[in-house]
Design a protein around this ligand. Sequence first.
Ligand code: NI
Length: 255
Amino acid sequence: MEYIDTHTHIADEAFAGEEEDYIRRALEAGVGKMLQADIDSKERERMFSLVERHPGVLFPMLGLYPGSVDANWRDEIDELERWKDRPVVAIGEIGLDYHYGADFAKEQREAFRIQLEWAAALNLPVNIHLREATEDFLAIVKDCSHLGLRGNMHAYSGSYETFLQLQRYGDWRLGIGGVVTFKCASLAEVVRKVPLDRLLLETDAPYLTPVPHRGTRNESAYIPLIAAKIAELKGTTLEEVAARTTQNAQELFGI
Ligand code: NI
């Protein structure tokens, strides 16, 4: 079986010096491709150099993470411009996050819109990080419907109704990760209802570790645990989940 981890952070300092072991364990677990979500200028150079050493296995995204939008956000956007000629599979992770307060909410919305426009101009999908800002997020994607957006909602935690609403403003998939293995009735319900051809597997490593490794560092090698839980919820086989989610990722990200 072949899996794709559509959202991970091998360039995170949690894996410093252990990247090769991380990749080896993932490949042994059948996770043949791993998409690297970009955060900000602190990690970007490291991410691209890792990707260069693993062609066909690691694939980069480019984007400014909403949690990194602060007083210097315009410099960060300018810095992104430097990398825009690189082949990337998505603009991400981008979006809105008001969890730690809304001090830079206006700036987050502005940075998000700029990057949605880039994605449209470059004909790339987007990888969305959304936390505690659903209303503003929906207002922006509605307003940007004309851009023909497509992408995935990373670590989706919304409702089935929000998923349906989203489809009116673009072509959206849901990224399902370790949270699906927690006792989380609302996500289980979403996974049961949303068709398998709308789901993608992801870890968000080093975060959101699935059961039974919860409480330790996450990694792409745990993707089969997430696939197994989805298979259980949907009453289908692991093979079916692996095949369909891999195909979904290949189609969306062109890999
Ligand atoms: Ni992430």
